[in-house]
Design a protein around this ligand. Sequence first.
Ligand code: COA
Length: 257
Amino acid sequence: MSEILQHREAGVLTLTFNRLDKKNAITTAMYTRLAEELEAATADDSVRVAVIQGAVEIFTAGNDLADFLNNPPISKPGAEVPPVVRFLNAIRDFPKPIVAAVAGPAVGIGTTLLLHCDLVYAGDNAAFSLPFVNLGLCPEAGASLLLPQIVGYPKAAEKLMLGEAFYAEEALEMGLINRIVPPHEVNAYAQAQAAKLAAKPAASLRVTKQLMNMAQTQLAPVMTEELKHFGALLQGPAAKEAISAVMEKRKPDFSKC
Ligand code: COA
């Protein structure tokens, strides 16, 4: 079965992470699929809203760690855009509302992709984390710009520099999510909100989203800059040590990094 499930009904495109044996960790193939779906939906008038969701026990464990080493997201001149970058560009530029439903852990890009969603609902078991520094990396998906804008600089610095998990209550207080619901109800709640949006005038929603994002002129350049540093750091000693440590379930040793 596909590791990204797609369902279209009544104007709502639903994309579901479906790789539970690996905690919905996202591979390059999954990023490509997500990007293809969002790109196709952009041009398809029958899609009025997109929903991104996971399972009741986990949203996603973030980027597949083996892929970080084997298929690093490094942009080379003349080469194809890395799948994660294609996905991030697609979610950033998606002109219609995106609703996210998060239950359980949302690690790394599992949290940063939410910064590109319009409405985010979370189960009370949701655990957000931005462990980029702990992995010897730096923020991606425009998080270095969007997170301080949304939650304020001190909170953003705490979450991005310490990389500790934070939970639904704090995420709600910070303004990162819209509402907390029981974990078993979060996907259905997101669907109900998406159905409300799908019944509204599509052009008004599109223009509203466009206007709300019009001042965001630095987002694309910041994402390009993040990617440059992310790619370089990924090839450095700290990332190699940190990623091996997670995969070997041991503590990393940064004494030489
Ligand atoms: N990439 C690849 N595989 C992953 C993964 C990831 N990001 N996250 C989990 N997995 C795999 C584990 O290796 C394990 O595989 P195995 O059964 O073949 O050994 C399986 O998923 C189950 O993971 P496990 O850690 O046992 O589950 P858990 O419920 O105890 O913990 C998490 C869940 C998400 C908290 C934990 O897996 C985790 O922290 N993962 C790493 C997250 C991460 O650092 N992501 C990168 C962000 S930039």
